[in-house]
Design a binder for this molecule. Structure first.
Ligand code: FAD
Ligand code: 2HG
Ligand code: ZN
Length: 456
């Protein structure tokens, strides 16, 4: 790399070209500790001009570029491939690209550099009485570029849509180093292709996102969080429906099972808030009137409720058990977790969840399913613990079989990354996949951006 290395040092400075193994190590392993990769250097630009210059050097030398934001992705896309395959490659980290523009309180939008965290953008918006519409438990590390690249869903999706819906404009560096800027606070603008929409969910395979113009929303009026312990999945869906009928806005609708709640108590030190029951629903609602009384009335009339606990206001205590799932699961297991993120038509959820819970009885291998997720969006996170490494594909296929039968999706919000490339054919038709390939080849003809991600 030496000629290239000195060119990179000239662009970003010596301190921001890491080549020492120890200095690079944190960039080469993913959040789960499941995927690790090999790179010749980690490069940390500060500006879009530096990103463009780095890409030009890399493109001229045919060096692959693996893009990394907060490294909280759950499908292995944020770290380089595990083998060198005779290729030189760098990790391009956006860690130093954390600028936030001034909030536009009238246009209700804000520009953020790709490495700004979701928590920082939200705190910045809050100063103007506004809110960033995307929220997820990884908010302190996940970045603007990361949530756009994965088109993250998260806990507010039911109310405000996914990340794609929050984008007004984008700045990105193409694989040849050109800077692409589609940046306008216009709410309505139909001139040609939706380039920000195309880059959302592209998982770093089409361009490097350097700045995003995000839509902001008003925070909810008086909110109430309720955790209800329930007998059946259908009771959870009925409660969500009745809250809507009562005129309440659903800010979040999250699902847990007693296995997950017990696991978080054991490995995440969060005591259960409700009496034991097969299922738990966390519902956050808002309304203009007396929301708390409306929720109490709702619970009085609802069926299948074993127990319920209320928490008024923006307090987060009841969220802790739900948001503690991912970390508790990571701590609870000695074998790598088979982590799947699937969705179903909402009407099929009771059937789908029953089938997923019954999987251990139908498989010849050990497997302990922990199900939770954004039930209001039909999105269930299926974490399978205690699966022997050699059986990971078998249990994955079994889950995807349920998805296929019930017309669901094999990736609801986490993306494909490196983890799911073998199964994209279950989610897209051959012509669909060929069209994606045409787009990839047109924008990245040398195949330099995020090799092995999305396309395998
Ligand atoms: P990274 O992990 O660094 O990268 C993710 C992908 O985006 C990679 O393919 C990477 O190459 C690409 N990428 C990153 N930055 C750029 C850029 N600037 N330009 C182009 N490509 C880029 N996800 C959800 O959808 N909903 C959730 O509710 C949710 N909750 C989570 C909770 C926990 C505790 C954890 C650990 C993860 C959670 N995630 C969730 C997954 C993860 O946080 C999201 O996928 C997030 O969007 C990743 O952001 P990041 O900055 O960490 O990206
Ligand atoms: C969540 O909703 C995340 O908490 C993580 O999407 C899901 O760990 C998981 O499976
Ligand atoms: Zn999720």
């Amino acid at each position: 790399m030496s000629g290239v290395e000195s060119a990179l040092v000239e662009i970003v400075g010596e301190r921001n070209v890491l080549t020492d193994g120890d200095a690079m190590s944190g960039y080469l392993v993913d959040w789960m500790g499941r995927y690790s990769g090999i790179a010749d250097a980690v490069v940390r630009p500060r500006t879009v001009g530096e990103v463009a210059a780095v890409v030009k050097v890399a493109a001229a030398a045919k060096i692959q570029i693996c893009i990394q934001g907060g490294n909280t992705g759950l499908v292995g896309g944020s770290v380089p491939p595990a083998t060198a395959e005779g290729r030189r490659r760098i990790v391009l980290s956006t860690a130093r690209m954390t600028d936030l523009d001034a909030v536009d309180p009238i246009g209700r939008c804000v520009g953020a550099q790709a490495g700004a965290t979701i928590a920082a953008i939200d705190a910045h918006a809050a100063v103007h009485g506004l809110m960033f519409p995307v929220d997820l438990a990884s908010r302190d590390s996940a970045t603007a570029g990361g949530v756009v690249a994965t088109n993250a869903g998260g806990i507010r999706m039911i109310r405000h849509g996914n990340t794609r819906a929050a984008i007004l404009g984008i700045e990105a560096v193409r694989a040849n180093g050109d800077i692409l800027r589609r940046w306008s606070p216009l709410v309505k603008d139909n001139v040609g292709y939706d380039i920000p929409g195309l880059l959302a969910g592209s998982e770093g395979t089409l361009a490097i996102i350097t700045r995003v113009l995000f839509r902001l929303v008003s925070p909810p009026l008086a909110t109430v969080v309720v955790v209800a312990a329930l007998e059946r999945v259908a009771d959870a869906l009925a409660l969500i429906g009745r809250a809507r009928e009562a005129g309440l806005a659903i800010e979040a609708a999250e699902f847990m099972t007693h296995e997950g709640v017990d696991l978080v108590a054991e490995h995440g030190s969060r005591r259960p808030v409700c009496a034991p029951a097969p299922y738990h629903l966390l519902l956050e609602v808002s309304g203009a009137g007396d929301t708390e009384t409306a929720v109490v009335d709702l619970l009085d009339d609802a069926e299948g409720i074993v127990d319920a606990v209320l928490e008024p206001g923006p307090a987060r205590a009841l969220w802790k058990i739900r948001e503690g799932h991912t970390e508790a699961i990571a701590r609870a297991t000695t074998t790598p977790v088979v982590k799947l993120d699937v969705s179903f038509p909402i009407r099929s959820l009771p059937h789908a969840i029953a089938e997923l819970q019954d999987l251990p009885g139908h498989l010849d291998v050990a497997c302990r399913p922990i199900l939770f997720g954004h039930v209001g969006d039909g999105n269930i996170h299926v974490n399978l613990l205690d699966v022997p490494a050699e059986a990971a594909d078998t249990v994955t296929e079994a889950v995807f079989g349920v998805v296929d039968r019930l017309d669901g999706s094999i990736s609801a919000e986490h993306g494909i990354g490196r983890a799911k490339t073998a199964w994209t054919r279950l989610g897209r038709s051959p012509i669909d996949l060929a069209t994606m390939r045409v787009v990839k080849d047109a924008l990245d003809p040398q195949g330099l951006l995020n090799p092995g991600v999305l396309f395998g």
